[in-house]
Design a protein around this ligand. Sequence first.
Ligand code: ZN
Length: 144
Amino acid sequence: MGIQPVNLPSRSDEIPSELGGLRMTKQRKEVYGVLLDQRDHPTAQDVFLRAKERMPSISLATVYNCLEALVGHELVKQVNFDRSPSRYCPNLEEHVHFQDEATGQIHDVVFKEGVRLEDFLDLPQGVEVRELELTLKGIMPGSN
Ligand SMILES: [Zn+2]
């Protein structure tokens, strides 16, 4: 399920000059850093506004290009909910998304340890799952 590049950075100040075969230009570092530093599944517009605070010269078009390159090199996941704008997630671990209907916030949810898809999905015999995209919606306790 996707290529997991080794030694992925967890914060913006750990981004190397090359990652997963992608040269990390100043702009790409900035965009990737925005995603690493605040993992709330922002839209491209959100990323643009945050990147602009640190790099005022960056344009929305550049942000889109950077996101496309990061997604293309499987460093970032593009997440689509209904018909709303795509959101971006730097978490490459196997996970699903839970959207809080009250706040619209999206949370990463991982499988319980040791649980595999085959344990709770009635998959046809011999199926090889290559990609997982699952979105849950509901109410998070404590959110009004
Ligand atoms: Zn996610």
